[in-house]
Ligand binder design. Structure first.
Ligand SMILES: [Zn+2]
Length: 60
């Protein structure tokens, strides 16, 4: 078991909530698409100091 870490990330437009537990303050900014060295990905909404982190998901 390894802990996923963002090896690379891309900034995208905000498209909607990415987490079960939403943080509405983090909506409406931008969305960071993070990729781990193992290939897992997650989305993180960022709006100023507010952050909403999605869960890591693996391709398979
Ligand atoms: Zn990983």
């Amino acid at each position: 078991m390894h802990r996923h870490r963002a090896k690379s990330s891309e900034i995208r437009c905000y498209t909607g909530p990415v987490a079960q537990k939403q943080n509405k303050a983090a909506h409406g900014g931008y969305c960071r698409h993070e990729t781990c060295s193992c290939g897992a990905r997650r989305s993180v909404n960022v709006n100023g100091p507010h952050v909403e982190r999605g869960r890591w998901t693996t391709a398979d």
